[in-house]
Design a protein around this ligand. Structure first.
Ligand code: V47
Length: 380
């Protein structure tokens, strides 16, 4: 039986089945199609060709060392002025103490990103990484978005490559994918006009890749961007990944779509963007990413922003990684995320097993630490 209900998808399906790359127009057809069954099937095909039944997760901890930030991104509800009562700002010693407060045996990844603090000196940052590595030698520190790296370059008056090199020498393991937002100028001017430019964001990731550091890439969607602008964002990432793979033998681990959380930010207040993304838009976006970003090892379903129920469904839509247990998250929750603050390891295993997949516990480098085959068929 031929399940295809959109004839425009026939040549695209052939290409995906043959493992061939899609061009921009074909990517747009995937975004526009109403034949969501076929979109799901093709994304699942690509995901299965790469990873079989495996779905990855990490036992992790999140820490935002300060929420003080001068940048003023219009989607952000996390940033605070330093005189506000809700502002916080940890010294390197306090960062270590905060990690101690959240630490659980088995946690391997510490993911940190924060505001652009107006007063900290450059020395604060490598000192913090060093202090963490000394106190918790088994924790892999994945920290500092490309936007933060650019900020550190400005305050230290060092080129971004040197900033990365020195942070790596202090013990930085990998970089998260934040700060990418939407690369297209039209949108960037309205949502993040004082933040790192698209070209610089890409350059910084390229530099990290040249140092052998693996990074991630995000895309903040569901606000004022068009579907073309989403695909343009993915296209620029695909180009950079080609380059990094050719020149440095590796680059991005994962692409992570971030669903816009609409509360308490000026984008919501000034442009009336007060709605959460819809479930089908989230799934469609993940599926297009899985098919279009054919050189990315993983597409991440981020349960904090789309909820754990939809994240479980997304395992049929191209997702091969569901991030981590986290312990405490503040950026999305400040903007209205309705998910819990953390998940247990057991909860993540159950979510994956009950979707008929094989849970794989990984670390920040994607080393496989354990697998959890289901003992019996799940009834619920
Ligand atoms: O950089 C801020 C985004 C990012 C909102 O690399 C918002 O593994 C939606 O980068 N609605 C931080 N998004 C989170 C992030 C991330 C998350 C999960 C995994 C990884 C990874 C990285 O969150 C920020 C910004 O792009 N953001 N406010 C909001 N209202």
């Amino acid at each position: 039986m031929n399940w295809l209900s959109d004839p425009a998808l026939a040549p695209i399906a052939q290409k995906v089945e043959a493992g061939q790359r899609l061009n921009f127009e074909e990517g747009m057809q995937l975004f526009r199609t109403r034949d969501l069954n076929t979109l799901m099937r093709l994304a699942n095909l690509r995901k299965t060709a790469l990873h079989g039944d495996k779905v990855y997760f990490v036992h992790s901890m999140r820490l935002e060392f300060t929420n003080i930030c001068y940048v003023g991104c219009t989607f952000c509800a996390f940033a605070a002025h330093k005189n506000e009562a809700r502002a916080w700002d940890y010294s390197p010693e306090e960062v270590v103490a905060q990690v101690g407060r959240r630490y659980l045996p088995g946690i391997t990844e510490l993911h940190m990103s924060s505001g652009h603090h107006p007063n900290h000196k450059w020395e604060y940052y490598p000192a913090m990484v060093r202090a963490l590595r000394e106190s918790y030698p088994d924790l892999q520190v994945k920290a500092f978005t490309a936007a933060e790296i650019e900020h550190l370059s400005k305050i230290s008056k060092k080129p971004t490559l040197d900033v990365l090199r020195e942070l790596q020498a202090a013990g930085l393991s990998a970089m998260p994918g934040g700060g990418a937002e939407i690369f297209a100028d039209r949108v960037r001017k309205q949502v993040a006009k004082n933040k790192v430019k698209a070209e610089k964001w890409l350059q910084i990731h390229s530099e990290a890749h040249s140092l052998g550091m693996r990074t991630n890439a995000t895309m903040l969607y569901g606000h004022i961007e068009t579907l073309e602008e989403r695909l343009d964002h993915m296209h620029r990432l695909r180009d950079l990944q080609d380059d990094s793979l050719a020149r440095h033998g590796g680059g991005f681990h994962a692409f992570i779509p971030l669903a816009f959380q609409p509360l308490g930010n000026t984008l919501a207040q000034n442009l009336g963007k007060t709605e959460y993304t819809t479930g089908l838009d989230d799934l469609r976006n993940l599926a297009v990413a899985r098919i279009y970003l054919d050189n990315f090892p993983h597409i991440k379903g981020y349960w904090v922003m789309i909820g754990s129920e939809l994240t479980q469904v997304s395992l049929d839509w191209g997702v091969s990684d569901i991030d981590g247990t986290i312990q405490e998250e503040h950026i999305a929750h400040a903007a209205g995320a309705t998910s819990p603050m953390k998940l247990s390891e057991q909860g993540m295993i159950r979510m994956i097993q009950h979707a008929g997949r094989l849970p794989v516990l990984r670390d920040a480098y994607y080393n496989e630490l354990a697998t959890f085959p289901a003992q019996h068929e799940a009834a619920d």
